[in-house]
Design a protein. Structure first.
Length: 186
């Protein structure tokens, strides 16, 4: 089964939600709401790439996807629905622009064009007591697509307000944004 335009995927570990955490011998449910986007699974496995796609993402790669792909919601009549990406059973179809990171098993993450991931940084001016935990609109480049635009991994950059979208990748808080949202390289 191949699609001319869509990636065919399934949720990583076969679960739509990632809402259970284990602490010691106990399992805790973080949220019981199906509509809570913070606990939807954002990891998927690529079952097939589009027929006419020849990019770096391949079959069996692990990808980070948009939070609404696996989420279940309720329509205006209160009926349970899946996103438009749902095909059947545990199989979904997605566009290229819904993929934010990709990797082979046990390898490092890669960012596809036009996305990058930025790690928030501690306040720059440590002499002044700042109540915020992170420096507003500044961060360190963690994942960046291969390019020749002068931005590299570990560079400190500034970005446009309201351009960051928070993700947790490998236990780290990161902001996903588009490349054109980067304003300055410090």
């Amino acid at each position: 089964m191949k699609s001319p335009h869509y990636f065919i995927i399934e949720p990583f570990d076969g679960k739509r939600y990632d809402n259970i955490r284990k602490y010691g011998d106990c399992e805790f449910i973080l949220s019981s709401s199906q509509e809570d986007h913070r606990v939807t699974n954002r990891l998927a496995i690529v079952l097939e790439v589009p027929m006419y796609y020849d990019g770096p993402i391949k079959k069996d790669d692990i990808i980070v996807v948009h939070h609404n792909i696996f989420r279940i919601y309720y329509d205006m009549k209160g009926k349970e629905r899946s996103s438009w990406n749902f095909y059947k059973e545990n199989i979904f179809m997605i566009d290229y622009d819904q993929i934010y990171l990709y990797r082979k098993a046990n390898e490092k993450w890669n960012a596809p064009f036009p996305y990058c991931f930025i790690e928030p940084i501690k306040p720059i001016n440590s002499e002044i007591q700042i109540s915020e935990q992170y420096e507003s609109l500044f961060g360190k480049v963690i994942y960046y697509p291969i390019s020749n635009d002068g931005i590299n991994i570990n560079d400190i950059i500034s970005f446009q307000p309201e351009s960051e979208y928070e993700f947790e990748i490998d236990g780290k808080k990161l902001y996903r944004m588009k490349l054109h949202n980067i304003c300055l390289k410090i």
